[in-house]
Design a protein around this ligand. Structure first.
Ligand code: FAD
Length: 467
């Protein structure tokens, strides 16, 4: 009997244990993507980027004699209907670890099993399942370094080879048309601007890994903190949609390490930060919604404000912060150092609740990852596990001197004041909604708040909160 392979954020053929095992059974396989209640809840940019990824993955499946069936509606009834239509005896998928996906998957599994369908979930999105890494006491890790020490010597295994062919069913069930889903409809900014920067699909993701390992990995450790340089892999975009698997990256990184590439270990360590985020979210499902540390619920976070809106629009008057916010608006990603500076400015200088920032990133990032985003925000805000203490306030001007000494990053994104601004800086104005009323000829704004005043205000609130 046919087997339904429920595809989610795993748009790849290689390093895909469920697909490899499905192909090996010799049974007809029906790959399906469901635009369900969880996916409907994604932010604008993730949804748009998902659509691009689905188109590429459908073509890849066609290349091995298969197809990607698209259906819309709550996951359980949709899968149930597909089982009935096709006579499938099994529904297989790879696990996700955020609470929304887990709640859905648990319900689907229980219901299908009760109806006599083989419902089976596989590992694949992570190197190590979150419950397979335990402290000596049998608990979960709350600090990164011991987590790294616990996994660094482990072998996650080799990536599964991509199947050369996938047996089709005798008749294909009907499929929605991707364009009818209009997944880009929520992009208030021009999707065509962001599209110039996206790197879509498994083939491009693998090429991106090779390019990184062939060159930039050497200087990665020192250069990765400079947002004006192209020093990192860019793979978060592909990992977010599963266009590349973590084992492929781990194996590539290990090969580079053994070949003597100086930055390879540091690169593997960064990949393990992603694992750590999933581990934390598995064990603290409220990571994206509640202060993780006790005592933070009564911190006087500010809600939405004009200042927070200026932050979203890249108009705070603080150049490093604005460059970061504009980079995200135009490309759908933001350099890691810039994420820390932008998030710190919002939560400290503007004393704004980190959840407002988290929500904006969730709407704007094409590499949106529920666990990494939540861990990043709570880390910066000081409310999270292994977090930077609240009183360690990043100074965006000092950070700019240190990590953007030649102004390359700020000049790339801020047109105002430049005689001949680069296309990237101009693209921001093409990307942002007309309603914002911004234009490249405008004067760069005065700061929302002086850095000294913002810092003093945050520290005073923190001191008052503690006592
Ligand atoms: P590289 O430097 O090439 O690193 C390789 C891989 O390691 C990355 O692709 C990523 O998977 C992983 N990695 C690196 N740094 C981190 C980190 N700090 N946390 C978790 N994983 C990491 N990352 C996301 O993928 N999605 C998000 O939604 C996201 N939101 C963030 C929000 C905030 C406030 C902060 C501070 C960080 C966030 N990050 C997020 C983490 C990090 O900024 C990005 O993973 C990184 O910038 C991606 O660039 P890269 O692929 O070139 O990374």
């Amino acid at each position: 009997t046919p087997l339904i392979l429920w595809i989610r954020r795993d748009l790849r053929l290689a390093d895909h244990p469920a697909l490899a095992e499905a192909a090996a059974t010799g049974r007809p396989v029906i790959p399906v993507f469901v635009l369900d209640e969880v996916v409907e809840g994604y932010g604008a940019a993730p949804k748009w980027r998902l659509g691009e990824g689905l188109a590429a993955h459908a073509r890849a499946l066609e290349g091995i004699g298969s197809r990607l069936i698209l259906r819309r509606g709550p996951a359980l009834p949709v899968l149930r209907a597909l089982v009935a239509e096709t006579g499938a005896g099994a529904v297989w998928w790879q696990r996700l670890y955020d609470p929304a996906a887990q709640a859905r998957d648990t319900a689907v599994k229980a219901a299908l099993k009760a109806e006599g369908v083989e419902a089976r979930s596989f590992a694949g999105a992570l190197l190590f399942e979150p419950w397979e890494v335990e402290t000596g006491q049998g608990g979960f890790y709350k600090v990164y370094t011991p987590f790294w020490n616990a996994v660094k010597g482990r072998d996650p295994g080799l990536p599964a080879a991509p199947p050369k062919a996938l047996r089709p069913p005798e008749a294909w069930p009907a499929s929605d048309r991707l364009q009818d889903w209009a997944l880009g409809a929520g992009m208030r900014r021009g999707a065509e601007v962001v599209a110039k920067h996206a790197c879509v699909g498994e083939a491009r993701a693998l090429a991106r890994l090779d390019a990184f390992l062939g060159t930039r990995v050497q200087d990665y450790r020192a250069a990765r903190d400079f947002p004006g340089r192209e020093a990192t892999s860019g793979l978060s975009e592909n990992l977010a949609w599963g266009e590349i698997g973590p084992r492929s990256i781990w194996q590539g990184g290990m090969r580079a390490l053994h070949a003597g590439a100086a930055g390879a270990e540091h690169f593997l360590k960064e990949l393990v930060w992603r694992e750590f985020a999933a581990h934390l979210m598995q064990h603290s499902p409220e990571l994206a919604s509640r202060n993780w540390r006790e005592g933070w619920d009564d911190f006087p976070w500010r809600g939405n404000s004009d200042a927070a809106e200026r932050w979203r629009r890249g108009m705070t008057g603080e150049p490093f912060v604005d460059a970061a916010m504009r980079e995200m608006y135009v490309t759908g990603t933001m350099h890691n150092r810039a994420r820390m500076i932008a998030a710190s400015y919002l939560t400290k200088h503007l004393m704004t609740d980190w959840r407002l920032g988290l929500a904006w990133f969730e709407d704007c990032l094409i590499d949106w990852d529920p666990a990494s985003n939540a861990m990043g925000w709570q880390w910066v805000a000081g409310s999270g596990p292994d977090a930077a203490p609240y009183f360690r306030v990043f100074n965006p001007a000092g950070q700019a001197d240190k990590f953007d000494p030649d102004r390359a990053y700020r000049d790339r994104w801020i047109a105002e004041g430049q005689a001949r601004p680069p296309q990237t800086a101009l693209d921001f104005f093409a990307a942002c909604p007309e309603a914002w009323g911004l234009s490249p000829g405008q004067r760069y704004p005065a700061p929302v708040i002086s850095l000294a005043e913002g810092r003093a205000r945050a520290l005073a609130a923190y001191a008052g909160h503690k006592s």
